[in-house]
Design a binder for this molecule. Structure first.
Ligand SMILES: C[S@@+](CC[C@H](N)C(=O)[O-])C[C@H]1O[C@@H](n2cnc3c(N)ncnc32)[C@H](O)[C@@H]1O
Length: 396
């Protein structure tokens, strides 16, 4: 018998838990035990006394309970190590064509609130919840034991920690972390400076899609890589012998990295690149007004909608992008359109694109459906864990 306190959920939550959805909101809780500490583990039961397993709590967060296990088991160092081993083993195939990947993807790896990335022997960790914060020592210890990394850099997500009532934290927490790491992806190199990089380092979730796009590149191809970050799509296109790539991002730091990645891959002196630090929303409209056109247009904006309420604004942002994307795409050319916001899903992307097709009088043929790479798994019963979706169109 467990000696954990019991948290009682309402029947609405019980229904979700039966389908293994790991999140329970504040208003779905029938009774919180007294004296709960932030992040404390509890036994989860419903009003009829059915047991659902073990989760951790934080009354400061609207997601008041996150499940760790749908069995009654002890959450300790041994348990952490087992979960990490399972997660890490499932990434082996990725490391055959890259030296970097995501090792732990939060709920989808049964470790709600924890992200771990591997970059050529160095780890970044994001400990985003009070529950994971309580297990920090066990997590870091197990990662050192299993991976034997050169160093560990913590890059926890400030906005998520804030919602949990936790302070932001960033910096080296173990060993040595080099200022500069070289990420290799399908033979292309990307410099990574963890201190200045966005998120937990690198957009690893787009790895597979970077590869897909190169299938459409030939020596005559010109590409517009909008919201390029450090140049994932464009750098692979250059590697596949594209004629020219225009990189655009609003972040000066990201653009400096694009320039340095161009020389890292020895593309610098061949005149095949243009790098622009600008607002992509305005830039694409200017290009369209000037009647500039490209063979391949990549539209990979940041999350326009972090909440359901924000989805309306996001739709008009996407509409602007796809409308102008069609205007700057050559006849027979390709557009890759991505949404990394759960609130703008594949159905919405299709609907917005259909609208744009009607408005421009251009037929769009779908060549590929694209999703986050497999080191970012998702849970069927947790739809918001499938956050990255993309469509590859040919403009007819
Ligand atoms: C999802 S990331 C792109 C990832 C990239 N395509 C890759 O494959 O690695 C979104 C990028 O958009 C940039 N960004 C955000 N707002 C922007 C804007 N208004 N104009 C241009 N870039 C913007 C961010 O700096 C970030 O690099």
């Amino acid at each position: 018998m467990s000696n954990l306190k019991k948290l009682v959920v309402k029947s609405s939550a019980a229904k979700k838990l039966r389908l293994f959805n790991p999140w329970v909101y504040q208003n779905e809780i029938a009774m919180l035990p007294e004296g709960l500490e932030e992040g404390e583990c509890v036994d989860v039961v419903d009003l009829k006394g059915n047991h659902f397993g073990v989760g951790y709590t934080n009354v400061k967060s609207v997601i008041t309970l996150r499940m760790l296990s749908f069995k009654q088991e002890a959450i300790n160092g041994k348990w952490i190590k087992e979960r990490l081993n399972i997660a890490i083993a499932s990434r082996n195939s990725i490391l055959e064509h890259s030296n970097s990947c995501r090792l732990v993807h939060s709920e989808a790896d049964g470790l709600a609130g924890l992200i771990v990335d591997f970059y050529d022997g160095v780890l970044t960790v994001a400990i985003n919840t009070a529950g994971m914060e309580r297990l920090r020592k066990e997590i870091v210890g197990a990662l050192i034991d299993i991976i034997k990394p050169e160093g560990i850099y913590e890059k926890s997500d400030a906005s998520v920690r804030e919602k949990e009532g936790l302070e932001t934290t960033e910096g080296v927490i173990y060993g040595k972390v080099p200022d500069f790491i070289e990420v290799v992806e399908f033979g292309c190199q990307f410099g990574l400076e963890l201190k200045s990089a966005q998120k937990t380092g690198f957009y690893l979730d787009q790895r597979f899609n970077h590869g897909i796009l190169t299938e459409y590149v030939d020596e005559e191809a010109t590409m517009l890589d909008l919201f390029c970050n450090v140049g994932g799509f464009g750098m692979h296109a250059l590697n596949a012998q594209a004629k020219h790539v225009t990189f655009v991002d609003s972040s000066a730091v990201a653009m400096e990295q694009v320039v340095s990645n161009i020389s890292l891959n020895d593309f610098e002196d061949d005149g095949r690149t243009t790098c622009v630090t600008a607002n992509a929303m305005d830039y694409i409209k200017d290009l369209a007004d000037k009647k500039e056109t490209y063979d391949i247009v990549v539209l990979d904006p940041p999350s326009f909608a972090k909440t359901r309420e924000g989805a309306k604004g996001a739709v008009s942002g996407f509409k602007h992008l796809i409308l102008n994307g069609i205007r700057v795409c050559k006849p027979g050319g390709i557009i890759a359109l991505f949404s990394c916001s759960y609130h703008v899903g594949m159905d919405e992307l299709i609907e917005i694109s259909l609208d744009a097709s009607r408005d421009t009088g251009k037929q769009l043929k779908v060549l590929e459906h694209m999703y986050q790479d497999k080191d970012h798994p998702y849970l069927l019963n947790m739809p918001n864990s499938l956050y990255l979706k993309g469509l590859l169109f040919q403009v007819l």
